[in-house]
Design a binder for this molecule. Sequence first.
Ligand SMILES: [Zn+2]
Ligand SMILES: [Zn+2]
Length: 111
Amino acid sequence: MKYEKATEKAAVYKGSRWQKKRAYILKRDGYKCQECARYGRQRQGAHVHHVYPVEFYPEEAYNSCNLITLCRQCHNKMHDRETHGLTATGKALQKRMKQRYGSRLPPLEAN
Ligand SMILES: [Zn+2]
Ligand SMILES: [Zn+2]
């Protein structure tokens, strides 16, 4: 199961479809970290984060509502390196995005 998910994730990041989507999201967000922007900081962002992780929501991999531009520091805060799940910060972002986009994103899980 875990192997399958890792493979799926690798396949997304290798594909040209992802490269195009990533470029689109960076442009949409003005190449700025959207998390820093909430705190009035202007910082370049080069990471496109899946708000609902690819491992668990492969069907949302290319959903623009599920994607956001972050700087490296903010991106690191979203992922728990040990569990590969989202941190509390990552979950808070997920909640905000769900509130913003409604039915265009999957229901939030109670975790
Ligand atoms: Zn940031
Ligand atoms: Zn991420």
